[in-house]
Design a protein around this ligand. Structure first.
Ligand SMILES: NC(=O)c1ccc[n+]([C@@H]2O[C@H](COP(=O)([O-])OP(=O)(O)OC[C@H]3O[C@@H](n4cnc5c(N)ncnc54)[C@H](O)[C@@H]3O)[C@@H](O)[C@H]2O)c1
Length: 301
């Protein structure tokens, strides 16, 4: 399905990204396996994970090269993209998958915890996508896949940095889809649920949290790869600007913000008439303070 294509997958040394790299290589793509080899919190670096995935791909007869640069800096993000162009003289697919977590309740979150997560997820996705953009534009084709999260799309506790970054990525993806449509470049998001080391860092202090994590263990990281491979292929050439979600064997298309109710008063509004007229009329369109688990309330299938 990806024969002749070059795919760059960030954060592909482990978890979901590793399965993307393996699946895309198995589908015929030449793959740049990018991974800084850092901890869940983004501390330290190790060239081992990226090279190990390259070795796995080569052992199965595939083609891959390792890149161990960070997505979180503009210069290094450019070198990641350059690695694809130097190695294979082409680039067709960019998957923004690298990620870290620094969970903390908002009222205790440090500036450093905020910045580290925004830098890897939101800035890193912009840097890598932007570095590839001139190439995609001039060849008049290209495909971006960005990893978002229901933590941003729906909500979650203790993840202000991550939720903001992941919802920012949705805006980035839509903007890329709009700005680059005339160059036949596509951009879509996937919100995955998968048991990876990242989920292993979810706090399990209460019985409720422990039960939730047990259910998450059922969700194999490899279950996300078929959708990413499809989106990377020409079979999805009319699909752009969408947000998908994968949870084990379930696939979802997610909603996007549109007005749900409106009220109008020809003479305009005062704070008092907003209270007495607008809010009672609009209230049925309000959303509860749901977290991801309240919306995805049934066990993964
Ligand atoms: N696992 C889930 O259920 C879940 C849910 C929602 C979203 N996601 C998203 O999916 C993506 C993959 O997550 P995962 O669960 O496989 O996590 P993971 O921790 O297993 O993998 C993330 C990889 O990114 C790499 N990385 C971190 N910072 C980097 C940097 N600056 N440059 C290059 N590589 C870097 C890490 O070394 C690691 O190998 C992330 O974007 C994550 O936010 C995952």
């Amino acid at each position: 399905m990806l024969q002749g294509k070059v795919a760059l997958v960030t954060g592909a040394g482990g978890g979901i990204g590793r399965d993307f790299a393996l699946a895309m290589a198995a589908a015929g793509a030449k793959v740049v396996v990018n991974d800084l080899g850092t901890s869940v919190k983004g501390e330290g670096a190790d060239v081992g994970p990226a090279q190990k995935v390259v070795d796995e791909i080569k052992a199965k007869g595939g083609t891959a090269v390792a890149s161990t640069e960070s997505v979180a800096e503009w210069q290094s993000a450019n070198r990641i993209v350059q690695c694809a162009l130097d190695s294979y003289k082409a680039l067709d697919v960019v998957v923004n998958n690298a990620g870290i977590l620094r969970d903390r309740f908002f009222f205790n979150m440090s500036v450093e915890e905020w910045r580290a997560v925004i830098d890897v997820h939101l800035n890193g996705s912009f840097y890598v996508a932007r570095a590839a953009a001139p190439h995609f534009k001039s060849q008049e084709s290209g495909c971006y896949i960005h990893m978002t999260s229901t933590s941003g799309l729906v909500g979650n506790l203790g993840q202000a940095n991550y939720s903001a970054a992941k919802l920012g990525i949705v805006g980035l993806s839509k903007s890329i889809a709009l700005d680059m449509a005339k160059y036949r470049v596509r951009s879509n998001c996937i919100a995955p649920f998968a048991w990876s080391r990242m989920i292993g860092s979810i706090p399990t202090e209460t019985e409720d949290q422990k039960a939730r994590v047990e259910k998450l263990k059922f969700m194999d990281t490899a279950k996300i790869a078929p959708l990413a491979t499809f989106l990377a292929s020409d079979l999805s050439k009319d699909i752009t600007g969408q947000i998908f979600c994968v949870r084990a064997n379930e696939l979802f298309v997610m909603s996007q913000n549109r007005p749900v109710r409106s009220v109008h008063r020809a003479e305009g509004w005062t704070p008092e008439t907003i209270a007495s007229h607008a809010i009672p009329a609009l209230r049925s369109g309000f959303y509860p303070l749901d977290r991801s688990q309240d919306v995805f309330s049934w066990d993964p299938l």
